[in-house]
Design a protein around this ligand. Structure first.
Ligand SMILES: Cc1ncc(COP(=O)(O)O)c(C=O)c1O
Length: 403
């Protein structure tokens, strides 16, 4: 299968992969959000500063959100993104961190020598496959349901659409709070993810041929059954998922982090955690070359639909991007790389050989992107989200057998 490669829309690759202005650090001496208020806020990285140091034209400049050092709650870049909210505030992130820490132990960030040799770089793997659900999504569900019950304590049941990990997260959090969970999946969804959601107590409904159809059905059932519809992208999901990236940036601040994009909560959470920790890492998104809606939208600067045909990266099977997520991505993300199912399969095999971790397709996509861009990334330190390991046994067996 041919791979589709993205070209940076606004930066030449030599500029994109220059070292970030702060050198990468493996440890944070102190956590910026613990520091006492002090003087002037950091300069906003935006059109003016990019243009001054020879960067892209102002119209295309990326803006990293930064928080003021004076303890102000608002991100400096919190101007309204054409009606869309920016990344969560410092207080929203810290309160979410508390909710997550009460329920979910931190996951490790590990450097694997074989993987580093293979990539020729320093590589930090954030092992979100080590959570209680085998994927990062449980962080978002924990915060979303906590906040929902604060706002609407009368809620008795929730419903959502999923390809699997979001549904597990919502089922788990619902069970914790004694709520019912109804989960809609498209026909042909992962057998083992379906089983895991049922085991968490969810009522599973199969509907439609893709995630979008499952989502529309879930929304109409919500009204009929009086259930709260949990979206796939929401500020509270981003707040929860940011906890994992805060853990990461506390330990490592590489030149680049590679983050898979499905509906966008993971990458927006990464941008929020970067702002909170003061990390300077550039963020590169990774999509499936067989589900390029976010890449196409990133290039077009507006929401663009794309057909989905990935057979391996179900977590990245997005047909219609979320407008708020796209607004944040356009602002905070330096580039998006597309990886084919063949490249993802190879990355799954390499994860297994080099680290003996099982990565599902979406979880292996950042490694696939790092391998695809090996030459462009040479000499840069990398952070890769191994965002989940929930691959069906039959699929994993096939992937390993074809290696
Ligand atoms: C393992 C895995 N990685 C990445 C993603 C994409 O995450 P998001 O939808 O937050 O962009 C998903 C989504 O379900 C996933 O399950």
């Amino acid at each position: 299968m041919a791979s589709v490669r993205s070209t940076p829309r606004d930066l030449t690759s030599s500029r994109l992969f220059e070292r970030s202005e702060r050198s990468s650090r493996s440890e944070l001496a102190t956590r910026p959000w613990d520091r006492a208020p002090e003087g002037t806020p950091p300069a906003r990285r935006g059109a003016a500063s990019e243009a001054a140091d020879g960067g892209p034209p102002a119209a295309y400049a990326r803006t990293r959100t930064q928080f003021t050092a004076t303890g102000s709650n608002a991100p400096l870049a919190a101007d309204n993104l054409g009606g869309h909210l920016c990344v969560p505030t410092r207080d929203e992130l810290l309160s979410a961190l508390q909710i997550v820490r009460a329920q979910i132990p931190p996951t490790p960030t590990i450097r694997w020598p074989l993987l580093e040799q293979r990539l020729g770089s320093t590589v930090f793997i954030k092992h979100e496959n080590h959570t209680a659900l085998g994927a990062f999504k449980l962080r978002g569900g924990a915060v979303y349901l906590h906040e929902l019950l604060q706002r609407e304590p009368q809620t008795r049941g929730v419903i959502c659409a999923t390809r699997g990990n979001h549904g597990q997260s919502i089922a788990r959090a619902a069970a914790l709070h004694g709520l019912s969970a109804t989960i809609v999946v498209p026909h042909g969804n992962s057998v083992e993810k379906n089983a895991a959601m049922r085991a968490l107590g969810a009522t599973l409904i199969e509907f439609g041929s893709d995630f979008q159809q499952a989502r529309e059905h879930a929304m109409s059932l919500a009204a009929d059954l009086g259930l709260h519809p949990v979206p796939s992208f929401h500020r509270d999901l981003v707040r929860g998922v940011a906890s994992g990236w805060i853990e990461f940036f506390e330990q490592a601040q590489p030149d680049l982090v590679l983050v898979p994009i499905g509906q966008g909560s993971g990458i927006c959470a990464c941008a929020a955690a970067r702002a909170l920790t003061g990390a300077a890492s550039r963020i590169v998104g990774v999509v499936s070359a067989h589900a390029t809606a976010y890449l196409d939208s990133f290039r077009a600067g507006r929401v663009v639909e794309a057909v989905v045909s990935t057979q391996l990266a179900d977590g990245l099977a997005c047909r219609l991007p979320d407008e708020q997520a796209l607004a944040i991505i356009l602002r905070e993300v330096d580039d998006i790389v597309a990886v084919s199912d063949d490249e993802v399969a190879e990355a799954m095999c390499i994860y297994f050989s080099d680290t003996h971790n099982v990565a599902e397709g979406a979880g292996a996509a950042p490694l696939a992107a790092a391998l695809q861009r090996r030459e462009a990334f040479a000499g840069r330190s990398l952070g890769l989200a191994l965002s989940g390991g929930n691959v069906d046994r039959a699929i994993f067996a096939r992937v390993l057998a074809q290696a």
